[in-house]
Design a protein around this ligand. Structure first.
Ligand SMILES: [Zn+2]
Ligand SMILES: [Zn+2]
Length: 435
């Protein structure tokens, strides 16, 4: 007992010394006490749209720092300009380059001693979703395609005029030098607001092929369970490729995996076989969106007749990847047909966990090309067509409602254009309340 008490006493003294040391250390590291930042604009809890003004005061004026920056922590930092010789500093930020949702705007002042002081404010970013068109699966000679990543990114950007593009050579064939070059060329080609370039790999086995986006390495387990677990542990965004090749039994016939469902957000759907595999996967419990990348092995990157469209507030890498992680995408056989699909306030790809009483469906489809009319819109519930609309018009806003049986359902729409091109939306998962 005595031994135990003395151990406790020694521990308490030791802890006291640590606290004292830490306290002394912290106070020595504190920025000059007189400098204080305050964010005047935007206001706390304000909803931000488009380009917004930011105003910060640094007081007192005689402690004015040489520079102040603001940012949201995960994107660029913006330098503020001092207004004359006042304590006020300003800049503007284009919020469409940030994902929608709650965000923290933080200001930092950098003083001559290198220390900084900060202020932050909570806001909500809410911009309208735009449709961007791109490709997420193709190859170069670093595996079994042609030419180099530099050529692929340039072609996708300047000839195919895609909004976003990702190379995915077979990881089994890519050596470390080639992998470094792939990443470097993507970083060079990326141009925020104009063209989003990122890089990936294709996991290529008899058991199935999958694209891995922004993977930390080219070394991956060779079995399906290992792939799922490693991707899930590292939060690597993934996509199931050509779901009927190399056989119809790929990925253990798509047996549901909770670990994989958290990171595999898409499956290639470019025709009837892809659609059948997609609905079969949805029936097995997967939360996945259809997408239409080409898997080209030729020098025609992004120019082969099917595309992936993404709904995002602005064209930057952060937003495209965030949208894909949330399945805000659709497969399209038309190069520029815009498609929106909502249930209540949820957009395609969303999972609505809170049970709902009403299911109000809105579809908006618009094609700017003369003659590219929407012939048919089919609304699917749990794999079955439950409503059809035949507008025969280039632009159509269609509203309908569904009386669903209590329980969980998924809904998606398929568009058929007059020229036969087809589009498949991501599903929305809804839980219907008992009436
Ligand atoms: Zn493949
Ligand atoms: Zn491929």
């Amino acid at each position: 007992m005595t031994t135990k008490r003395s151990t406790v006493t020694i521990f308490a003294i030791f802890l006291g010394i640590i606290v004292l040391l830490c306290g002394a250390h912290t106070s020595a590291d504190q920025p000059p006490a007189q400098l204080a930042l305050e964010i005047l604009e935007p206001a706390a809890d304000e909803t931000l749209q488009g380009v917004v003004a930011v105003r910060v005061t640094a007081t007192p004026e005689d402690a004015t720092p040489p520079s102040i920056y603001v940012g949201f922590g995960h994107a660029s930092w913006f330098a503020l300009q001092r207004v004359g010789q006042t304590s006020e500093w300003t800049t503007s930020i284009d919020t469409t380059m940030l994902p929608n949702g709650e965000a923290t705007l933080t200001a930092y002042a950098h003083t001559p001693s290198g220390r900084s002081t900060g202020a932050s404010v909570q806001v909500v970013i809410l911009n309208g979703l735009q449709c961007y068109f791109g490709d997420l699966h193709s190859h170069t000679m670093y595996s079994d395609g042609v030419l180099f990543p530099q050529d692929a990114y340039a072609y996708a950007r300047d000839v195919a005029r895609l909004d976003f593009f990702c190379l995915t050579d077979h990881l089994e064939l890519v050596d470390p030098v080639e992998w470094a070059d792939t990443r470097e060329q993507a970083l060079k080609a990326n141009d925020c607001g104009r063209f989003v370039a990122f890089y990936g790999l294709e996991w290529t086995k008899r058991e199935g092929h999958a694209c891995l986006y922004d993977p930390p390495s080219t070394r991956w387990p060779s079995d399906v369970t290992g792939l799922y677990q490693t991707a899930s542990d590292a939060s690597v965004l993934c996509k199931f490729n050509h779901p009927n090749y190399p056989s119809s039994e790929v990925f253990n016939e798509f047996e549901y995996s909770e670990a994989a469902d958290a990171v595999f957000q898409m499956v290639e759907v470019r025709g009837d076989a892809g659609e059948a595999a997609f609905t079969r996967m949805l029936d097995l419990g997967w939360h996945i969106a259809p997408e239409g990348s080409d898997d080209t092995h030729s020098a025609n990157w992004g120019d082969c007749g099917t595309w992936t469209a993404v709904l995002a507030p602005g064209l930057c890498r952060l937003n495209i990847l965030d949208a894909l992680r949330n399945r805000h995408c659709y497969s399209t056989g038309d190069r520029n047909c815009r498609l929106y699909f909502w249930i209540n306030a949820a957009v395609m790809g969303d999972i609505v966990n809170e049970p709902v009483e009403h299911i109000a469906v809105t579809v908006y489809v618009a094609d700017p090309d003369p003659g590219d009319a929407t012939a048919r819109i089919e609304l699917f519930e749990d794999g079955n067509i439950i409503r059809t609309d035949e507008p025969n018009a280039p632009t159509r806003r269609w509203e309908t409602s569904v009386a669903a049986t209590p329980g969980k359902h998924y809904y998606f729409v398929k568009i058929t254009q007059a020229d036969g091109n087809r589009l498949w939306s991501a599903p929305i998962w809804v839980s219907a309340k008992s009436q």
